[in-house]
Design a protein around this ligand. Structure first.
Ligand code: ZN
Ligand code: ZN
Length: 412
């Protein structure tokens, strides 16, 4: 597939299915200087669909590196408000937000972790109007990826740079279903399959899940009463949208007061341009009481110690070991892809949509329902080939949900 065709396919997928732009809407596009052609195609398609205004914000990791090198932690944590107002504006007007991911997963390998944490914490507060609306699906948002030369090199170190780039482009096209003649139709079919799976899990009325594998995971995850499983297509004011492209997961929120045991990550986590390997968490009554990692443990510490809610989990996501992304047998070093190759949890905030009536509840009501709140939401992967998940229902039945890393027939 030529890059021109990839750009057209990705733009169509993210504009028509991703945020599903409606006439008169305002669209904010966050992109990087490495994805200019795709960004232009996205803007054109937004206008063709009737968007009233489209605003593009380009990131440049080389400039961000300079910012982290030369600015002090204090400067990074006191950014002028105009740096946040733009994105918050699009939340205020119920606009659409498109994020194009195209970076080197290792870009900030040498950046100061404390400065990065300080900057990120300021951003969480500065963008709270945006996050409040996006997490409860009160605005439409979508993330899509574009190949970056350094990212391709990290994934395929033995290939010539040009071939590695092409291979990553091919993987992105395949996993985001834009190698089909009509990506919009392909996404509709895929969403219908995920819908069946999420409805079965919601109907099962599960009290808790029990995860076990040879890696050392042995974790009991309580579920809130009236939990809802989501996945694939979402809805915002009656209009459908797809937040992640690709997506293979069905997900809900755990009861953040009832998670006990140990969970071991099965893949490295790439976060803010650094790679955290070998994460292990121990939880008691929903709180992370102990944690380790083989690399960048200071970054993990920064995540877990962000606030009260970052000491618990906010997402439980089920992905079969044989998912199409997992079958590529390639680590992407990018959560958007890796989380769809593996069962995962998120440290931090839960989606209020994961409990019946959640988006209309106050923060206090959500907390009472066991729905976690935090400034962070960081997915980490836990699925393995031998993962077993059993569930106990509220009426005392024991069900097998996962066997040998995949859904049992009952839930597939
Ligand atoms: Zn997820
Ligand atoms: Zn997540």
């Amino acid at each position: 597939m030529s890059l021109k065709k990839l750009n057209k396919g990705l733009a169509r997928a993210v504009v028509c299915t991703g945020v599903n732009v409606q006439p008169g809407e305002e669209v904010y596009v966050q992109s990087t200087v490495y994805a200019v052609d795709l960004t232009r195609e996205v803007v054109r398609m937004c206008y063709e669909r009737g968007a009233k205004r489209v605003v593009v914000k380009y990131r440049d990791e080389e400039i961000s590196k300079l910012d982290f090198a030369y600015q002090t932690a204090d400067t990074l944590s006191h950014k002028p408000s105009f740096m946040y107002e733009e994105r918050n504006y699009f939340a205020d007007v119920d606009g659409c937000v498109i994020n194009i991911v195209c970076e080197n997963p290792n870009a900030f390998e040498h950046a100061d972790a404390d400065k990065m944490t300080a900057s990120r914490r300021a951003d969480i507060v500065g963008l709270s109007r945006y996050y409040d609306k996006s997490m409860s699906h009160k605005i439409k948002w979508s993330i899509i990826a574009y190949p970056h030369p350094e990212w391709a090199k990290l994934m395929f170190p033995d290939m010539k740079p040009k071939d590695a780039f092409r291979k990553l482009a091919k993987f992105i096209a395949k996993t985001t279903r834009v190698n089909n003649d009509d990506p919009v139709e392909a996404w509709a079919k895929h969403s219908a399959e995920l819908k069946t799976r999420r409805e079965k899990l919601t109907a099962a009325n599960i009290k808790h899940f029990h995860y076990k594998n040879a890696l050392g995971t042995d974790l009991v995850v309580g579920m809130p009463e009236n939990y809802v499983f989501g996945g694939g297509v979402d809805e915002c004011n009656g209009v459908t949208f797809n937040a992640n492209m690709p997506t293979e997961e069905v997900f809900s929120a755990p009861d953040c007061n009832r998670i006990d045991g140990k969970v071991c990550a099965s893949m490295p986590l790439c976060y803010n341009g650094k790679i955290i390997e070998g994460i292990e968490l121990t939880l008691k009554d929903g709180k992370i009481v102990d944690y380790t990692a083989k690399t960048n443990v200071d970054l993990l510490k920064g995540i877990i110690e962000t606030d009260e809610g970052s000491r618990s989990l906010g997402e439980i996501a089920l992905v079969p070991y044989d998912s199409p992304i997992s079958k590529l047998h390639t680590l992407f070093y990018e959560t958007l892809f890796d989380e769809n190759a593996s069962c995962h949890f998120a440290i931090g905030r839960a989606y209020p949509t994961c409990v019946k009536g959640g988006p209309e509840m106050s923060k206090e009501q959500l907390r009472a329902a066991g729905i976690n709140d935090s400034g962070v939401h960081v997915d980490f992967m836990v699925g393995t080939k031998d993962l077993e998940i059993t569930a106990e229902t509220r009426d005392g039945k024991t069900l097998k949900v996962f066997e040998n890393g995949n859904f049992t027939k009952e839930f597939d």
